[in-house]
Design a protein. Structure first.
Length: 291
């Protein structure tokens, strides 16, 4: 029979900060260290402890995969009494647990810039990239971002891919300012002009005109996808078969932002909204979206 690894090793590897976990359990950190040292745990805490470490929470599944012992409950507490470790701190404990879960998820994510590199490097003739945000500037517009992915954007555009940026119009920017968001008017004009120039750098006049037909900025009214500190993107691929996928970047409480894929129903709604905006604001480029 294959020897099972000690559960304590998996817990140590998955738990980022033992002191934070002990606080949420309402126990001394020394108690948690002793559990891990002895590889022996109170049954009422083990499922929550496993959840923090990204492990299965079922005791049966843990027993199948790992070697560990359960300690008996002290007198005065009935076996199986439901106990929430976070309950010791009320809602504050719940808040902290979700923050820790998000941090654990962030560890599985690659760096944001690396993900953008992957997207842009895969784009080819006829593919379409749409970007919508109320106040977040595209990575590729700023100097650091251009150094990271600029060559990939330029290559994709020269191959025939299209990049379309949907930005807030003047009225929407004023509305955003009323929420306390900094105005993006001058910043985005500067960023767009710099980006547009970089795209055409090194191309002759004929090639520059072709590139102008593939990179567009459209100012639009406030809509459902213009949410503070969010950005929505839509990728449409043309080969080997037409398909599309949308993603959202959320203002999560983590160092590394998340690119989360959105389901097909949402993608269809997003696509319909984009088509409506293009039809109203810049109908001359509707052919880009023709299957």
């Amino acid at each position: 029979m294959k020897k099972r690894p000690f559960l304590s090793e998996a817990l140590k590897a998955g738990i980022e900060n033992q002191e934070d976990i002990a606080k949420q359990f309402g126990i001394p950190s020394s108690s948690l260290r002793n559990w891990l040292k002895r590889n022996s745990y109170p049954e009422r805490f083990l499922s929550s402890l496993a959840k923090f470490a990204g492990l299965p929470t079922s005791l049966e599944q843990l027993a199948e995969e790992f070697d560990f012992n359960l300690t008996r409950p002290k007198r005065g507490r009935a076996v199986g009494t439901p106990t929430s470790p976070e309950g010791h701190l009320g809602l504050l404990g719940i808040f902290r647990r979700f923050e820790l879960q998000a941090q654990s998820f962030a560890k599985m994510q690659r760096k944001f810039g690396i993900e953008v590199q992957e997207f842009f490097s895969a784009m080819g003739p006829g593919d379409v990239f749409c970007y919508v945000s109320l106040n977040l500037e595209p990575l590729e517009w700023g100097p650091p971002g251009w150094l990271l992915v600029g060559n990939l954007v330029q290559r994709a555009v020269k191959l025939g891919a299209h990049f379309i940026y949907f930005l807030p119009d003047v009225a929407t920017r004023k509305w955003a300012q009323g929420l306390g968001l900094r105005s993006m008017a001058e910043d985005w004009d500067t960023g767009w002009n710099r980006f547009h120039k970089n795209i055409k750098n090194g191309s002759d006049s004929v090639a520059q005109r072709e590139l102008d037909e593939r990179v567009h900025k459209i100012e639009c009214k406030l809509n459902s996808f213009m949410v503070p500190d969010h950005k929505y993107t839509l990728f449409i691929c043309k080969k080997p078969q037409r398909d599309m996928k949308s993603f959202v970047l959320l203002p999560t409480d983590t160092v590394n932002p998340f690119h989360l894929p959105l389901h097909g129903g949402f993608t269809d709604i997003f696509y319909t909204s984009i088509l409506g905006t293009v039809q109203t604001q810049k109908p001359s480029i509707m052919n880009i979206f023709v299957p």
